[in-house]
Design a binder for this molecule. Structure first.
Ligand code: BTN
Length: 325
């Protein structure tokens, strides 16, 4: 009943009288009042005026299942959405589900993480206001192809941000989505594999969405979509749009099990394409020109003599000559 009343209030530009609600749904005035009270407790701002009725003024700022579904147009991704206001880490939760029977395409979403994890064992500080979510996938592809899904995610993220906010972003290989030289999103892909078989892959994504302040030590490197485009972002729309695009890109990846049909689009967004970058390996640092990714998602680089080699993600870091990008 609560959802039906909410739906009605959303559809109505003006006040809806209590009597109209009673007549439409065949419930008592007390039932209407109780449901309105419950909605208010959930964070909906509803104006109640004698002789006029109820008007929805604002929705709560959450990214629960209902708000994502409004913008979700997928065949299989996100059929199962697990939402909790707070979690240790959506990746940890998704991996727990992966060990059990959770279906391919399960999405785990939260408002805040207490043990958010980044790449290379770093912490991903996760205050309220951003998007933190993980996708559980069970791809039937070769084990060494799982890391390509990270690149597919970065591409879908860049596209979703453009579609929802009109902000142009670029990708810093392999998977950081950046705007104006600052990182907006991070992706942590983790897999559980047997020798030749992928049990599951978890793609965990953190999008700095509505955060307006960053610790001083990272202000040169990190930003949020809100700071870059000057507007508060509808996170449900961003997530729903991302998941919709991700399903399409991921299905293209599954067709070939590589980036062959996505390579060109990805390279078009590659921030360092054609520029010199620092390749940082365990004990050495080299400066080489970034050419673009290959079908397997490796970064092709070239030395001054024109000799080319492919850098594999996870083994090295790539930096711009003068900083993070
Ligand atoms: C990076 O270091 O760039 C990757 C950061 C990935 C953070 C996301 S937030 C949602 C998911 N849950 C986690 O604990 N980490 C990922």
């Amino acid at each position: 009943m609560k959802d039906k009343i909410l739906e009605l209030l959303k559809e109505s530009a003006d006040y809806v009288s209590g009597q109209d609600i009673c007549n439409r749904f065949g419930v008592s005035r007390t039932a209407v009042w109780k449901n309105i009270k419950a909605l208010k407790e959930e964070g909906y701002q509803i104006d109640s005026v004698n002789n006029k009725g109820y008007k929805l003024l604002a929705e709560p700022d959450v990214i629960d299942e209902m708000r994502i579904r409004e913008f979700l147009h997928t065949k299989w991704l996100g059929q199962n959405i697990i939402y909790e206001e707070e979690m240790d880490s959506s990746n940890i939760q998704a991996k727990r589900l992966g060990e059990h029977d959770a279906p391919n395409g399960t999405v785990v979403v939260t408002e805040k993480q207490t043990a958010g994890r980044g790449r290379r064992g770093r912490t991903w500080v996760s205050p309220k206001g951003n998007c933190y979510f993980s996708i559980l996938l069970r791809p039937e592809v070769l084990v060494d192809r799982a890391s390509i899904i990270t690149l597919v995610s970065a591409l879908a993220l860049a596209k979703a941000i453009k579609e929802v906010t009109d902000l142009d972003t670029m990708i810093k290989w392999p998977n950081d989505v950046i705007a104006n030289g600052k990182k907006l999103c991070g992706i942590l892909t983790e897999s559980s594999t047997d020798l030749e078989y992928i049990n599951y892959v978890v793609v965990g994504i953190g999008i700095n969405t509505n955060q307006t302040e960053f610790p001083e030590e990272i202000t040169d490197m990190a930003s949020s979509i809100r700071l870059e485009c000057g507007e508060k972002i509808n996170r449900g729309k961003l997530l729903g749009t991302f998941l919709t695009l991700f399903e399409q890109y991921y299905e293209r990846f599954l067709e070939t099990e590589d980036m062959s049909t996505l390579e060109e689009e990805y390279n078009g967004l590659l921030v360092n394409r054609g520029k010199e970058v620092k390749i940082i390996e365990k004990e050495k640092e080299r400066v080489l020109k970034a050419i673009g990714i290959d079908k397997k998602g490796g970064l092709v680089v070239e030395d001054e003599k024109g000799n080319r080699e492919t850098i594999i993600s996870g083994e090295v870091s790539v930096r711009g000559l003068y900083g993070y990008v």
